[in-house]
Structures are given as structure tokens and as C-alpha cells.
Design a protein around this ligand. Structure first.
Ligand code: UN1
Length: 513
């Protein structure tokens, strides 16, 4: 059938018809229970992989422990060279890997390509970073003393990722961890195992070609149980986890028990504030892409539009008109804007949310339904919804991973809109559409948005690699990707060196023997 991954394409990604499951580098073990991967695009079985047994898990950690001793001795710019090779390979494989992402996860092919582009971008960023792992020099209060701080590798980094960005989130963590001198153990979502296999194959080939220990990159498969092994494991100083707030709270509590570090990137409940001076055309494009892109399954998806009452009816009409243009179908067919939800469980959650909106007093403006008939056989295609609600409804307070956009009215000054935007437990992404400098600066001030990401005249999704990515409150507080997010992958050490023949004490303390 047209559009579907061919055997040749899978071979390009290094995937053959073989037993796949747990891997350290190019060595694969497959003893655990079978995990089946179905494409939400057509409901077909794509692949079967095997989950990791406890025995295999310990073997993988053993390899990683050995590999970390070698990897941390390689100079950072040389480690950067390996990440450069990863970026080059991803450039070459972008079309086919983007296609696999689209086929296994269901996002549009354009967005699949965009996701691989994020991988390439973080590799470039990390290569430069490999020569910039800077510490400070500090002036000592004691004569003849020198002080500085430096960063050392942590060791093993555990990476737990979600289905919605099945390849990029691994690369944000891995590219940084590798230049920082860490080795990586990855547990991907059970819903997108083939994307994970493809990434592991790519990096393993590079490690092998460079005669490096392949335990630098490992893959473990499975459900929450495997996540628990990672969280409990004292051999893993940092666990970076992306997913639901519920999962993040479990990981955080477990890792905290052993005083390990976490980097959490959890749920969002992102809003765009639409002020009276907003550019209507930009607002509609930003809001529609933010709400229906990736079928509303980004952690940065636009969930709420907080619109000033003076322009409310105009915005409502423009949006409902725009929603009529949204074409839903096979995400690999470029004429479609929106593909399916990840699986039929996600469809149930979407339907459940629609019931709750009505129960709690919301008014549906663009109604949702599950599509059926030709092209929609998987049962995962739904239509995007717009509902008029109030911010305090429980359903609006919760993150539903689906294309449901809430319209909320505000009146008076922009402070009222900011209070609504901040009036949720999550704190990932936020945006304001305005031509007013006053409103924009207030929104970005300490009295403005409480989110990790705050944008002006841009939507809530589609963050660039160069900035630190993550959010506050129940989003978990972690930062991945650009800026100085690398620091969490290293341990900081403060060094004081005395080059005199006496030993003056700090704080002027006298102690003579
Ligand atoms: C996510 O949904 O987990 O900002 C990540 C964005 C993308 C990343 C989303 N660059 O929408």
C-alpha cells in the first residue's frame, strides 16, 4: 500500500526482521514478554519487540558501568565528535526516520521531519557545547590561593520518554549527556518501540565504527516496572523523565528516596492570552497549529485561549471557521493537517473529556466525534473540538492529551487574563498576542506568566533547541535542551588551591600549633 514503510526503508534504518528488545550497543537480547506496536494510522501491526527482563537489565547496567569509565576519560571535544557523527547520520536519514515517526506515532509527516530536525539541531548544539563546558574562576579571600569550579561527568543517565516525541526527547538528553561524559540507558514508551530501536541502531553503529564501548548507549523496553528499576537504581545518579504528572510524581518520589537527581518534563496546560490589540490572523494560525498539531498530543499543545470580551465573538468566529479547514487523515499524506490519536485508549480519554465538559457546564462550539469509514479503520481518528468553558472546571484544570481547545473570556485589564492563565497546577508554556508593549512586558515580568516558557506573538508549541525547555509547578521544574541545561548532566566541584608555604584559614580564623 502506498505510503507505508517498506522493508528497504526499515533496512536503511538498520532494522531487519530479527529479535529485538533490550540492547547494549549492537548486542541485542530478547527474552521478555512481547510488546506489539500498532500504527494508529491504519491499525496494522508494525513490529513486535521484547520487554527487558530483570536479568537483562542488570547486564545492561553492568555494561554501562564499564563503558562510563572509558567514556569519561575521552576529552569532551572528542566526545563532541561522536555527537557530530550522530547529527550527520540523522541528516542523511531524516526522510526515512521522519516517516517512521509519522507511521508509528501518527503525527503528520511534516511534524515527523520537524522532530528529526530537532535531533539534528541538538546534535549541532552539543558539538559546540563540547568545547564550552565552562566553570567560573573565583577570587579567593586568602593570599596565594586560587579558586575555580569545574564540571565532571555524573556516570549513567536514565532516560524515560513518552510516545509523543518518540525520537527527539531521547536525542535532547543523549546529545547533552554524551558530551558531558555520561552514558545513557533509555526506556522509551511501549507505544513507540520501533522508533527507539531505530535510534539505538544508529548510535550503536557510530560507537562501533569508532571502536568505542557500545555500553555508552543502551535500550531497555517495558512498562512502569522497568521505569521503577531505573528510579530505584543507585547506580543511576540522574533520571530524566518525560511524561504525565502522575508518572513524574512516582519517579520523583522513588529517586528522592535515594537522594538521586531528577530532570522532570511533565504535563502542561498551556494558554494563549488574546488581547484587544492582537493580530487576528497570527492568533488563529498560532492557536490552530498549537491545538491540532500532533493531534493535541504535545506537552506544549495549546489547551486554553483566554480572550478579551471586546474581541471574543470575532476570535470565536475566526476559529470555528478555521476548524472547518482542518483536514484529518493519514498523516503520511501531506494534504492532511492532523493525524490520529496514539491509540484507542487515547480516543476513550478524548470522549470522556467531551462528556465531562458538558457535565461541568461547558458549551461545545465545534463538536467532536470518532471518524469511521475508509481511511479511518484504526479507530484512532477524531475531530478537533472547541468548547466554551470557565477556567475553574475540573476538566479544564486537567491536561487531556487530545485536540480539545477551551475558550475562556476575560474582561478588563490583562492582569485578569494572567491570573486565569496562571490559575492551573501546570506551568509549561504560555503566550500572549498583543501589540502593546505594556501588556507584553507585564506578561514577561515577575508578576506575569509563571511558566517555564513565555512567548509574545507566537503560540505555545514549537520551542527551539537553543533555549532551555521545561516548566514549573506540576510540570516538574526540569530543563532540557539548550541554554545551560547541560549543567544537570554533570557534577560540580569547587576547587581551592594554595600555592604558598603557609596555611591561612578562611574567615580569618587563627589556629596555631
Ligand atoms: C513535548 O511535547 O514533549 O516545543 C515536547 C515543542 C517541541 C517539543 C515538545 N519542540 O512543541
Amino acid at each position: 500500500i502506498n505510503h507505508i514503510m517498506t522493508i528497504k526503508e526499515l533496512k536503511t534504518l538498520g532494522i531487519e526482521n530479527e529479535n529485538l528488545g533490550t540492547s547494549t550497543g549492537s548486542k541485542w537480547f530478547a527474552k521478555g514478554d512481547v510488546i506489539s506496536s500498532f500504527s494508529p494510522t491504519n491499525g496494522q501491526l508494525i513490529a513486535k519487540v521484547q520487554s527487558t527482563t530483570r536479568k537483562e537489565y542488570d547486564k545492561v547496567i553492568g555494561e554501562a558501568e564499564k563503558a562510563k569509565l572509558i567514556w569519561r576519560d575521552i576529552p569532551a571535544p572528542k566526545r563532541g565528535e561522536i555527537v557530530r557523527q550522530l547529527g550527520d547520520k540523522l541528516r542523511e536519514l531524516k526522510p526515512v526516520l521522519g516517516k517512521l515517526v509519522s507511521y508509528e506515532m501518527g503525527k503528520s509527516y511534516q511534524e515527523g521531519l520537524g522532530e528529526v530536525q530537532e535531533m539534528i539541531d541538538i546534535c549541532d548544539f552539543a558539538v559546540g557545547l563540547s568545547r564550552q563546558l565552562y566553570g567560573n574562576t573565583i577570587h579567593s579571600e586568602r593570599p596565594g590561593h586560587r579558586m575555580y569550579d569545574q564540571y565532571h561527568p555524573l556516570g549513567i543517565v536514565g532516560v524515560i520518554t513518552a510516545f509523543n516525541f518518540p525520537v527527539a526527547v531521547w536525542s535532547w538528553n543523549t546529545a547533552l549527556a554524551l558530551v558531558c561524559g555520561d552514558v545513557v540507558i533509555w526506556k522509551p514508551s511501549e507505544k513507540t518501540p520501533l522508533c527507539a530501536v531505530a535510534c539505538q541502531k544508529i548510535i550503536a553503529d557510530i560507537l562501533k565504527a569508532n571502536k568505542l564501548p557500545e555500553g555508552i548507549s543502551s535500550l531497555v523496553m517495558g512498562d512502569a516496572e522497568v521505569g521503577k528499576w531505573i528510579s530505584e537504581d543507585e547506580r543511576i545518579p540522574l533520571v530524566s523523565a518525560t511524561g504525565s504528572t502522575r508518572m513524574g510524581k512516582l519517579v520523583a518520589a522513588t529517586v528522592a528516596q535515594r537522594l538521586g537527581k531528577t530532570l522532570l518534563e511533565l504535563g502542561g496546560n498551556n494558554a494563549i492570552i488574546v488581547t484587544p490589540s492582537a493580530d487576528l490572523k497570527m492568533t488563529v494560525i498560532g492557536a490552530v497549529f498549537g491545538a491540532v498539531g500532533t493531534a493535541g498530543q504535545r506537552c506544549t499543545s495549546t489547551r486554553r485561549l483566554i480572550v478579551h470580551d471586546s474581541i471574543y465573538d470575532k476570535v470565536k468566529k475566526a476559529l470555528t471557521d478555521a476548524y472547518k479547514q482542518v483536514k484529518i487523515g493519514d498523516p503520511l499524506d501531506t494534504k492532511h493537517h492532523m493525524g490520529p490519536l496514539i491509540d484507542t485508549d487515547a480516543v476513550k480519554m478524548y470522549l470522556n473529556a467531551l462528556d465531562k465538559i458538558k457535565e461541568q457546564g461547558g458549551k461545545i462550539l465545534v463538536d467532536g466525534k470518532v471518524l469511521s469509514g475508509k481511511g479511518y479503520e484504526s479507530g484512532c481518528y477524531v475531530t478537533p473540538v472547541i468548547a466554551e468553558v470557565e477556567n475553574h472546571y475540573q476538566i479544564v484544570q486537567d491536561e487531556t492529551f487530545a485536540p480539545i481547545l477551551y475558550l475562556i473570556k476575560y474582561s478588563g485589564e490583562v492582569d485578569n487574563a494572567i491570573a486565569l492563565q496562571n490559575g492551573v497546577k501546570q506551568g509549561l508554556s504560555s503566550a500572549i498576542m498583543t501589540s502593546s508593549l505594556r501588556e507584553s512586558e507585564l506578561f514577561l515580568s515577575q508578576n506575569g506568566s509563571d511558566c517555564g516558557i513565555a512567548n509574545v506573538n507566537i503560540g505555545t508549541s514549537g520551542a527551539e533547541i537553543g533555549g532551555a525547555f521545561g516548566g514549573e509547578k506540576e510540570t516538574g521544574g526540569g530543563r532540557e535542551s539548550g541554554s545551560d541545561a547541560w549543567k544537570v548532566y554533570m557534577r560540580r566541584q569547587t576547587n581551592t588551591i594554595n600555592y604558598t608555604t603557609s596555611l591561612p584559614l578562611a574567615q580569618g580564623i587563627k589556629f596555631d600549633l
